[in-house]
Design a protein. Sequence first.
Length: 393
Amino acid sequence: MNNMSLLQVAVSLEQEIVAHRRHLHQYPELGFQEFITSEYVAEYLEQLGLQVQRGVAGTGVVALLETGQPGPCIAVRADMDALPLREQTGLPYASRHEGAMHACGHDGHMAMALGAARMLTGLRRELAGTVKFIFQPAEEMLGGARHMIDAGVLESPRVDGIIGLHLWPDLPTGQFGVKAGTIMASMDHVDIMVHGRAGHGAAPHQGVDAIIAAAQVLSALQVLISRESDPADAVVLSMGSIHGGSIPNIIADQVEIRGTVRAVNAATRERMRTRVTELAQAVAAGMNARADVRYEFGYPPTVNDAKWVRYAEEALRGLYGEEAIHPLAHSQMTSEDMAYYMEHVPGAFLLIGTGGEGKGKFPLHHPELAIDEKALHYGAAYLAQFVRNYLRE
């Protein structure tokens, strides 16, 4: 089967791949609750004749495509969970689960992996080795990849490398964002509890206003980015949640601030942990309040192996030509728990453009996110081409 015929197979499967995505889009489930989703995935993979294991790390699915010939094992990873978001697209296949939406493209990730599984099943006789399909739960904030690794998904057989894709509305359809080294940032969690002293709103001097103290802490933290960080060193601090107080005429005694810090440099990551804690505590103390800081390291940076990126580029050239490769000038400040797999085995994680026909209007995690579904068969073909090249080599 030559490259053109493989692409033709992907085109012929386009409607089926899109149907997968639309079905999964209608039934989004949050992390570790992907029961309907995982059953749909498992049933389809079983229909293809793959060896399927259900219930991995709770709701994960692992499927093996055995070629019957000795060789390496390559993993194809897709995540399954949705976001706690009320969809506002108005699409006929919009979410039927109130308060949940596939707004990060995981429905597309699964659809592309299922399409690749269908294509690779037809290529079984010309391959040597094993393809392991990993459909993992709970990528969003919960680190499902760690649970899958703990459950042994990189063993039996031992995985030699891993590949994956992330839908990316900032790129036009037909473009693949490629970068060797760090492609996505780390993500760490910050929880600051500011303690004051309650009082009457008419006598603020008798209390310690936790809201005022928290506001000063929030303002001061931005100095860590604007005045303490090298402008060439990518780091982002985003405090996305603040809660405190009860009614208008009571001085609040407690305010909670929660957010994330993202970095691509290990030293910067460590510095931010130290300085966020020091500054929050010092500023609160200056307001006669107290700040308790819980700072937890979360997802590590997602680091692509240079050799595996070259493999990815070869697969893309073979299918679409050089014009499909979009070199990324810098790391993306989003984070991915794909990073955990790639701490153990080499891999290539690429961004696939979905911004065709005006579909890049809304970003990921937006309730009106819509993607260009033509991208799905491009992605499926790429995954299949990469695996075919690797297992033939």
